[in-house]
Design a protein around this ligand. Structure first.
Ligand code: 2AM
Length: 162
């Protein structure tokens, strides 16, 4: 636990095999762009970033969700210059994921992406990402706790989709 202000977010974590395939890809892609690859166990897709929100309000929001599970395809890998990340994700954000993000409190435009490398240089050509179909059956409320070795993720609650 920490006394620091909470940095809350809702996210989905991939099945372990999916995470391993994405982590392997990130290690390979790093040859193209340097930066820091996300360790396998920290790979996730953020649905809504709430920051310094009231944890009880966030828990209530998560518990109120009545939405079906869905399948998320990994179909492309891209570089974003504005925050220097390399990410993988679907060609288009699935409508169900969009709805979930909105109901969880994300107010900004939501583009489904999984950050795999931070502090990356602009790559030439990224290797094609593994074609994956990630079953999204639950989501989590997480607090990002700043530790001596960077942020640590503390899972506060898990919620099932229907
Ligand atoms: P990112 O992967 O695109 O960087 C935990 O920090 C998660 O919340 C990350 O997945 C990160 O998204 C997202 N996040 C962190 N700070 C954020 C901010 N200020 N606004 C939106 N999303 C943020």
């Amino acid at each position: 636990m920490t006394d620091a202000a909470p940095r809350l977010f809702f996210a989905v974590w991939p099945p372990v095999g999916t995470a391993a395939a994405l982590a392997d890809w990130a290690r390979e892609a790093r040859r193209e762009c340097g930066g820091r690859a996300t360790p396998r166990e920290r790979i996730h897709l953020t649905l809504a970033f709430l920051g310094d929100a009231d944890p009880e309000m966030a828990r209530a929001r998560g518990a109120a969700i009545r939405l079906p599970g869905l399948s998320l395809r990994i179909e492309q890998a891209r570089y974003w210059a504005h925050n220097r990340i390399v990410w993988a994700g679907p060609l288009e954000t699935p409508a169900g994921l969009q709805a979930l993000a909105r109901e969880l409190g994300e107010t900004r435009a939501f583009a489904a992406h999984v950050t795999l490398i931070r502090k990356a240089r602009p790559p030439g050509t990224l290797p094609p990402p593994p074609a994956l179909e990630w079953p999204v059956t639950q989501f989590t409320l997480v607090n990002s706790v700043l530790g001596p070795e960077g942020p640590d993720y503390e899972v506060l609650e898990r919620y099932a989709l229907e």
